[in-house]
Design a protein around this ligand. Sequence first.
Ligand code: ADP
Length: 298
Amino acid sequence: MSAPRITVAGSVNLDLVARCEILPGPGETVLGGVFDRHPGGKGANQALAARRLGADVSLLARVGADNEAELALALLRRDGVDLSGCAATQDTPTGVALIAVSEAGENQIVVAPGANGAFAPEHLPEVIEDALIGQLEIPVATLAAAVDLCTGFVALNLAPALPVPDALLARADLLIVNESEAAFYGETRLRAAGGLLAVTLGAKGAELYRDGELIAKAVPPTVHAIDTTGAGDAFVGALTLALLEGQPTEEALAFACAAGAACATGPGAQPALPSRAQVEALMVSTGGLTPHHPPGRV
Ligand code: ADP
């Protein structure tokens, strides 16, 4: 059987990170920052997560016609994500996140969405036959149009938390939120949407509901977490892929939790997104469920 095909409609950002002793207050300047650039954006992260775990992935997105775009797309390109639906706009720059991180681990983040905000419904293809993964770092109207065009499985990661119409929730086959997003939308509303709902709970794992009923819980392997950035994105890519492979819900949830945990063991988001072999090795070494092998793999 060939690998599941997934289209991700979402954001591409370049994260510009400065580490400093203390964060500046309003009007203040601090010196001594160490600077780094990382590819980011939830759309790009989730596309790469699913790709590294074995899916055939294409990304629908907008970047600027600038150097930042090349840096932001480098790991996706290297790992074989199809970027033919990721066009450059002439008049808006690539989205950036300006991130200051203090020695105490606190951060300040300003996101300038740039081209992500210019991703309009008319940029979408005529139909999306693959499964679709979407998030809320592109205009809600564009996400809603992508969902309407999709003839297959629809997974929506409702992050960052923003107002969305009930019809969007109802069309999704799978909704994924973390604890604070669950509080924003209200679990009653999310469960009433029907279909599958996954709520992630950080190191405590995740719960899966079907039509409002709890059907599975999973606890991730215990890991030495050094940076949980991207753990949620690894979870989204992994759970969607596992369900498309036909894994039983309990196993799919355990696989997604292990993918999130594996991501937390490395620095940054995209560099730390695990391969399938890494997730399976982690599951075996920590005595979790035996990893499920999709048909055609041994
Ligand atoms: P988000 O990053 O979207 O807030 P979470 O923090 O809930 O999402 O993480 C997503 C998943 O990643 C969790 O369900 C869990 O399986 C895994 N994970 C996150 N943090 C840790 C951790 N410290 N140890 C082990 N697993 C983790």
